[in-house]
Design a protein around this ligand. Structure first.
Ligand code: BTN
Length: 271
């Protein structure tokens, strides 16, 4: 384990993301840790890595399955200097960074699903949970939490996830080095975050759209009890999904879960 820590520290020294690393053998949630560290004033680019999370958090109050020894659970602390409405753009950039990291091992099968799931062959391999702290009307910091299923086998996945989730081990048939993946992930995250801050959201949006199969197709977007049926056609500047509804109205959905509808009968049933 010390070798693992040493290799990461050595490879990430002086890098924009990962120059300061907190390792935890076990924690509640790396996002909660990052939030505390952000509040305590830790710098931009600090990262938290845990071997296991006891209360790993997902979007929409869900939990994130976080057993030890196999996967990546990390949170990145960022201090962007733009307005709070643009914060979701960071999650979108993070999805691209993860997709690029996984693409090396699973070429041409990695896809992004709004708002920020990463899928391989239609199954979820990574989830991203971003949280923001404001100071007056400005961003104090953003925490980008990333969970990637790396060396977990299908048998080790909880039964309820076996049909919908996957891992790099399941997809490639071999165990991969988490150290190499983490280094590559932080490098890609630094690259796409820099593009976002230097070039603006258009480049990010274009790349995200090219990786997302849902654009142009029929979707059902659920938020609480409401379901919107329509065709997804783009991303708003706030990271929302732009949908033309069946009633021919354009709506921007800021939060929820989107399902890609494959067949006409799915479309009629909304699932
Ligand atoms: C989702 O798809 O619902 C988002 C899942 C995010 C999971 C990661 S694991 C590291 C970080 N810490 C957490 O508690 N959650 C995120």
């Amino acid at each position: 384990m010390n070798n693992y820590h040493g290799l990461l520290r050595q490879n990430l020294a002086g890098r924009p993301i990962g120059h300061k690393i907190y390792f935890y053998e076990q924690t509640g949630s790396t996002n909660d840790d990052a939030f505390e560290l952000g509040t305590a004033g830790e710098p931009h680019g600090t990262v938290i890595l845990a071997e296991r999370q006891v209360t790993g958090k997902g979007r929409m109050n869900r939990s994130w399955h976080s057993p030890p020894g196999a996967n990546i659970y990390t949170s990145i602390l960022l201090r962007p200097e733009f307005e709070p409405a643009r914060a979701p753009q960071i999650s979108i950039a993070a999805g691209i960074a993860v997709a690029e990291t996984l693409h090396k091992h699973c070429p041409d099968t990695v896809q992004l699903k709004w708002p920020n799931d990463v899928l391989i062959a239609g199954r979820k391999i990574c989830g991203i949970l971003s949280q923001m702290k404001l100071c007056a009307d400005a961003i104090d910091f953003v925490v980008v939490g990333i969970g990637i299923n790396v060396n977990i086998s299908r048998a080790e996945l909880p039964e309820e996830l076996r049909e919908t989730a996957t891992s790099l081990l399941i997809e490639t048939g071999r165990e991969l080095s988490r150290v190499d993946l983490i280094i590559c992930l932080f490098e890609n995250m630094a690259k796409w975050y820099r593009k976002l801050t230097e070039d603006g959201f258009d480049t990010i949006r274009e790349k995200w759209l090219s990786l997302s199969p849902m654009i142009g197709g029929p979707v059902a977007v659920r938020f609480h009890d409401e379901t919107i049926l329509g065709r997804a056609y783009g991303l708003g500047d706030d990271g929302s999904l732009a949908v033309v509804t069946d009633a021919d109205e354009t709506v921007y959905v800021a939060a929820g879960d989107a399902t890609i509808l494959k067949k006409a009968k799915d479309y009629a049933a909304g699932h």
